[in-house]
Ligand binder design. Structure first.
Ligand SMILES: NC(=O)c1ccc[n+]([C@@H]2O[C@H](COP(=O)([O-])OP(=O)(O)OC[C@H]3O[C@@H](n4cnc5c(N)ncnc54)[C@H](OP(=O)(O)O)[C@@H]3O)[C@@H](O)[C@H]2O)c1
Length: 300
């Protein structure tokens, strides 16, 4: 195997951009994919684009140790941008870590890419709970780690999934007083920072925090209206405590965490609990991450 950085999850939304950002820096890239011929057209497209730019491809699955041992052979570093539940984030990433250990990989970036989940309490966010579990395994490993935290993806917060903007009804909804700051970064900028951080010796065994913008809900709304020229009616849904109560109530009856996960992310933002306290954007001054305004103006 070549001495390439291995990217797991490179057929995904963030992972594909990370792989491209590495190639942009002339770093050799090995892409781990579950299938050489993904059934999803989007995944197939990501794979074809990466291959056409020179990325190598290795077939493997986080649940198949043999394939991970082959994939990590000779890799200086592993970046995980996988998505999933306990079986992927804890068990699967643990398999990848054990394979990395066996092959003397020097750096492991886990699939975090979120607000500061280390500051959240158990139960605040189901996805963060399992990421903290894996973080403990990673911290105990001889392979050095870099935890990359970027707040919320800007793309998500302006999309229906973010739950803020309802285009049809022209509303902007949030919990809390609208005065608490939170962090947002575009997917592309997160990928570019990741490509820098993974081989940066100073960031071995460090948390690396970046943000394209730091805003309150009220500031977010004002920028959105000014930049797009669209008026949205501000809807305050209740206090932060009422949001927490809503989530706890929902957890008791929900058939899937997807019924409340969006609100759990919103809670981390509006409560300030997930706030990044140590932004290190200036570590790579040639990366100028997009503000919300720039993103809305169409910059990518
Ligand atoms: N901060 C934010 O606002 C925000 C928003 C979204 C996501 N994120 C984070 O970003 C990270 C990536 O998320 P994403 O949305 O980019 O993910 P995604 O598009 O759903 O892609 C997930 C990737 O994981 C791969 N994968 C899943 N199970 C696997 C397995 N068993 N073995 C090997 N590969 C496997 C998938 O491969 P296949 O192509 O084979 O399915 C795919 O490439 C996650 O940690 C997520 O929580 C953060």
């Amino acid at each position: 195997m070549a001495h390439s950085v291995l990217v797991a999850g490179a057929t995904g939304m963030l992972g594909s951009k990370i792989a491209h950002a590495l190639l942009e820096k002339n770093v050799e890239v090995m892409v781990l994919t579950r299938s050489l011929h993904p059934s999803s057209p989007k995944s197939a497209q990501h794979l074809a684009q990466l291959q056409s730019r020179g990325a190598q491809v290795v077939e493997g699955d986080l649940n198949n140790m043999e394939s991970l041992l082959k994939a990590t052979e000779g890799a200086p570093a592993v970046i995980s941008a996988v998505q999933g539940e306990f079986d992927i984030i804890v068990q699967g990433q643990q398999n990848l870590l054990r394979a990395a250990e066996k092959n003397g990989v020097r750096r492991f970036v886990p699939s975090d890419f979120s607000m500061n989940y280390f500051k959240l309490a158990e139960g605040d966010n189901d996805n963060s709970d399992i990421r903290r579990q894996f973080a403990e395994l990673l911290k105990a490993s001889p392979v050095a780690h870099t935890f990359i935290l970027n707040g919320a993806f800007t793309e998500v917060e302006v999309s229906p999934w973010g739950g803020l903007i309802d285009q049809e009804n022209s509303t902007f909804s949030y919990w809390g007083d609208g005065e608490t700051s939170f962090d947002i970064t575009t997917i592309n900028d997160t990928a570019r920072y990741t490509a820098e951080a993974v081989l940066d010796p100073v960031l071995a065994n460090q948390v690396f925090e970046v943000a394209g913008d730091v805003l309150t809900m009220k500031e977010f709304l004002a920028i959105y209206q000014e930049t797009t020229g669209r008026h949205l009616t501000e809807r305050r849904l209740g206090s932060v405590q009422e949001l927490k109560d809503w989530i706890e109530q929902k957890k008791r009856t929900a058939s899937s965490p997807h019924e409340y996960l969006g609100q759990q992310y919103h809670y981390a933002l509006v409560s300030g609990k997930g706030k990044l306290d140590n932004l290190q954007n200036d570590r790579y001054p040639y990366i100028q991450p997009l503000t919300l305004k720039q993103f809305l103006e169409g910059f990518r």
